[in-house]
Design a protein around this ligand. Structure first.
Ligand SMILES: [Cu+2]
Length: 339
């Protein structure tokens, strides 16, 4: 009896594993390809196939403490690696999307124009208090939605599309940074010579929710967004973007990064090689003031203001100290020139 039970178990196991092998090989054939432009074509949904909507500049207008922000959801090719264009789901044709800067105490009147003909999109600002089902509601294809929020907490915050499945929308490119400047500033404001917005995000196989859910990222990247047009490159999340267009500073200048990790899945261990971070404000809140940090941990959706001074001429790299991600692109460079 014992033996026949075991035989039955073995036979069942064999049949099951044969079936599973068959199922797995099907899945392998259909779902787990290496990345190439040709194969990525497969996952582009039909209404997006011939779309490459030109970037639309965000509209930001201020009237006293009221800030009117208009952005688009749109489908735009983003070069995420050399000669590799990803048909990204974006805000305004950038990935990460444009940086938004408001002041603590502002009222944000936010309008999302959804230029995507096929899929609803939405906006989830981490900088505000609101009931998500109404405040972050979906905007249907070819429609507009307007939402009003108070920005009462200073910091460096993530924003992202919050439409289901959220992972697809973020991993396909719909994320960015909103900075809420503290009403009383940071205690170190007077020391700062240069400011940059630096963002980390990762990419997966094109529009493949299975890959996004279960696998390692294909690329991990840094981008920068312009705060001051004259001294800062404005890039997408492209491998090597901040190596090819390094940040510039001078010996002895105090540099501030508004830093954020979009994920969607991975942690960032942000580190500037060859220096110590003198002042760090976790999530960009002046109250969260830390001194003398070697590495700043940024969870997925975490932010920080970091400040440091490079004391010698040279080329300094910044990385996430998870070096497997550096191998996939997560590095940038600062060129430091003499005074
Ligand atoms: Cu979306």
């Amino acid at each position: 009896m014992q033996i026949s039970k075991r035989c039955f178990g073995l036979a069942t196991g064999l049949i099951l594993s044969t079936f599973m092998l068959y199922a797995c090989s099907n899945e392998t054939a259909e779902g787990i390809e290496s990345i190439s432009a040709e194969e990525n074509e497969v996952a582009v949904i039909t209404p997006h196939k011939d779309l490459n909507q030109l970037p639309v500049a965000p509209e930001i207008e201020r009237d006293g403490d009221d800030v009117f922000v208009k952005m688009t959801a749109q489908i735009t090719d983003i070069e995420i690696d050399k000669d590799y264009n990803y048909k990204a789901w974006t805000f305004n044709g950038e990935a990460p999307g444009p940086v938004i800067v408001v002041n603590e105490g502002d009222t944000i009147h936010y309008t999302l124009e959804n230029l995507d003909p096929a899929i609803p999109h939405s906006m989830d600002f981490h900088a505000v208090h609101t009931a998500p089902d109404t405040g972050f509601a979906d905007v249907a294809p070819n429609e507009e939605g307007t939402f009003v929020y108070q920005a009462n907490s200073p910091g460096v915050f993530m924003y992202h599309c919050g439409t289901d499945p959220v992972l697809s929308h973020i991993a396909n490119g719909m994320h960015g940074v909103i900075i809420v400047k503290p009403a009383d500033g940071y205690p170190t404001d007077d020391e700062i010579d240069r400011e940059f917005v630096i963002i980390q995000n990762e990419w997966y196989k094109y529009n493949d929710l299975n890959d996004m859910t279960n696998n390692e990222p294909s690329q991990v990247v840094f981008s920068s967004k312009a705060l001051n047009e004259e001294d800062q490159p404005n890039t997408d999340g492209t491998v090597g973007a901040l190596i090819d267009e390094p940040l510039q500073t001078k010996v002895g200048e105090k540099v501030r990064f508004y830093l954020a990790n979009m994920g969607p899945n991975e942690f960032s261990s942000f580190h500037v090689i060859g220096t110590i971070l003198d002042d760090v404000y976790i999530d960009g809140h002046p109250y969260n003031h830390n001194k003398g940090m070697q590495t700043v941990g940024l969870p997925a959706s975490g932010g920080a203001v970091i400040e440091f001074t490079l004391k010698e001429e040279g080329q300094y790299k910044f990385v996430t100290h998870q070096f497997n991600h550096v191998q996939k692109g997560a590095a940038g460079k600062i060129i430091v020139e003499g005074e």
